[in-house]
Design a protein. Sequence first.
Length: 328
Amino acid sequence: MRSEALHIAIIGCGRMGRHHAELIARDGRSRVVAVFDPLAETAQCLVADTAPTAEIAALWEAVLQRDGIDGVILCTPTAEHFMQCQAALERGWHVLCEKPLARTAEEIQSLIALGRQHRERGRAFSVGYQRRHWGTCRTLRKLVQSGRYGAVRAVSLHAVENWQSTIAGTWRDDPVQNPGGFIGDAGSHKLDILGYITGLPPREVFARSDCRGSRVEIVASVSAVFGDDVPVTMDFIGDGHRLAEDLHIHLADADLVLRDNALYVVERNELRPLSADEPHGEPVTGWLDAILNGAENLAPPECAWPVWQLTAAIRESARTGMSVRITD
């Protein structure tokens, strides 16, 4: 095991960059040595609060040319992810990229291929899907895929957030920078855990969406089919008045419920709480575990592909009013 702390660069010093920097400071196995944000004041605040010895770079390219960096955390707008991931992978750095991984099928497939080469060289490339690290989601996945309660018969997902009020004047209200709006951005976490928990691939989608006066999609209702013939219903409400998530996995012998990150089982019409028996983690600590301890990479770049497929199918179906088939 490496005794010296890993040297990490953070690109994008807003809310998520600060979150990762705080986790790094608490974890102690790595330290932030360089940061960049196009808003210098944002970078200065992150350094002052969480990484007082880090260098503030004037440009991303200056970080890229810097020696002495082991890994990079990318917390930038989605449109910048592909080029930044590609450049960091070519430097041989470990990479943690915030979701969504990229904007297009071609970009994601290219990064998946680069990720395989990176893995063969002993480097970790992860996507910031935090629910894959939560003990509740990992316990739910284990229970579903163990077959303890029988086969999956249906899935329902409800996601609501006061998201629209936060995006005015930002890149998230730009359909070029943030394709899919609420569904493609915050909603991508929910799309990811559907396949992660059930182990089923998406096959068909019918959807309706509305921009609610914004430039990107704010609400959507989705009827989908996963696997051979499992009905999945989803609704995304990006102009709600609180943050709430409700996921129901309907199995042959019970229902499993994940409600606001609390786990329940329903048997014989009785709802009772379940304890998570898997450890809780975060993307940055899981990424460090993979780098330093050889732990499983819970969110490799491959996980971005079904999320992109679902997002693209939802948007296409909502645009055309037609059902969209998803092929491998």
